[in-house]
Design a protein around this ligand. Structure first.
Ligand SMILES: Nc1ncnc2c1ncn2[C@@H]1O[C@H](COP(=O)(O)OP(=O)(O)O)[C@@H](O)[C@H]1O
Ligand SMILES: [Mg+2]
Length: 330
């Protein structure tokens, strides 16, 4: 199951995605956590210290390796250089599975140990600097995540959780359509809700499963405000968490001590994500990745690579979790 946390900066994406990741990990289910936020804080929210966070390998710096592995022996993709973030898999491509060893995870994922036996795999795009924002380099960092999602065959009971910026960058690519569930984190403020409106507009045309999760909700007024602004899209809310405060002071209490109301909210997120499996449609998922690939090819990819990137599309290929059992092409 692929789950995104999006929202305005400061709304609590990183905090709530890290709590959700801890919640899943505590139940011993496989979890890959991905930090694709402009502010790279997911490692810290999962308890890594500064040195450990800084030592995480950046996906953005390993794009050639990622591309070379994923293209495998796909005859339509003749080089890693002509592979762009939206290049879809086809016959001969290598796919990623949540529970496997592969060179992409070897290079880009690190195990983060949480309470007790709980552990997750963490992947990070790598830090963004000023020169990245709004230009190709920023796109290519997040693009590494999009490439991986487009080559991932995941089934129920295994999770990829992405902490993501809700900026226009995720709409220019197909990134926002890659998830079974998108949780939009909103504080009960006009700004928080305005990000929701923008996201919903993009999401509507693509059948994106979108729910709003209120954060830092302090009382009936806050709840009424969110209900009035968001209606049925409001899934659940989190209140202020002393557990989170303590964690931020570098003194993380055991996860089982998280406030009960917040734990209930996490369980709602999980149950909702699990239920979204019924709506999964690999045909649509594949069609959408082709759609965004053709759009990106025309807009900048063809010019940048000097190739006709539409030719990379394998018309007969449909990504499908039945491929979970298939042997990987050499
Ligand atoms: N429910 C909460 N209880 C207490 N503090 C919170 C809560 N949600 C977020 N915060 C705090 O608010 C700040 C911003 O949250 P963060 O998750 O970093 O936002 P984002 O990732 O959306 O930019 C952090 O200092 C975080 O600890
Ligand atoms: Mg963040």
């Amino acid at each position: 199951m692929k789950i995104a946390f999006v929202g305005k900066g400061g709304s609590g994406k990183t905090t709530l995605s890290s709590l959700f990741i801890r919640h899943l990990a505590a139940e011993q289910v496989p979890v890959i956590a991905v930090d694709a936020d402009i502010n790279q804080h997911l490692g810290a929210a999962l308890g890594l210290d500064e040195a450990e966070s800084a030592a995480l390998p950046a996906m953005g710096a390993r794009l050639p390796l990622i591309k070379d592995y994923l293209r495998g022996s796909n005859p339509r993709i003749t080089s890693a250089e002509t592979m762009i973030k939206t290049t879809p898999p086809g016959e001969g491509s290598r796919l990623l599975r949540v529970r496997e060893d592969n060179p992409v995870f070897d290079a880009c994922a690190r195990t983060v140990r949480l309470d007790d036996e709980a552990a997750v795999q963490l992947m990070v795009t790598g830090p963004f600097n000023d020169s990245d924002l709004g230009v190709a380099c920023y796109h290519s960092k997040v693009g590494a995540v999009e490439l991986c999602l487009n080559h991932l065959v995941d089934g129920p009971g295994e999770y990829v959780v992405v902490d993501m910026t809700a900026g226009s960058d995720s709409f220019a690519s197909g990134m926002f359509t890659r998830f079974d569930m998108t949780y939009l984190i909103a504080e009960p403020t006009r700004k928080g809700v305005s990000v929701y409106r923008q996201y919903k507009e993009y999401a509507r045309d693509f059948g994106v499963g979108l729910k709003v999760v209120g954060n830092k909700v302090q009382g009936p007024d806050d709840l009424d405000f969110l209900r009035a602004e968001v209606g049925d899209d409001l899934l659940t809310v989190f209140g202020h968490s002393d557990w989170v405060r303590a964690m931020e002071k570098g003194r993380p209490p055991r996860f089982e001590l998280l406030e009960e109301a917040n734990r209930q909210a996490l369980e709602t997120l999980r149950a909702t994500a699990d239920r979204s499996y019924e709506r999964r449609d690999w045909q649509r998922y594949t069609r959408q990745m082709v759609h965004f690939h053709l759009k990106n090819a025309e807009r900048w990819g063809n010019a940048k690579t000097g190739a006709d990137l539409a030719a990379q599309v394998d018309p007969a290929f449909v990504l499908d979790e039945r491929l979970l059992a298939a042997p990987q092409p050499a």
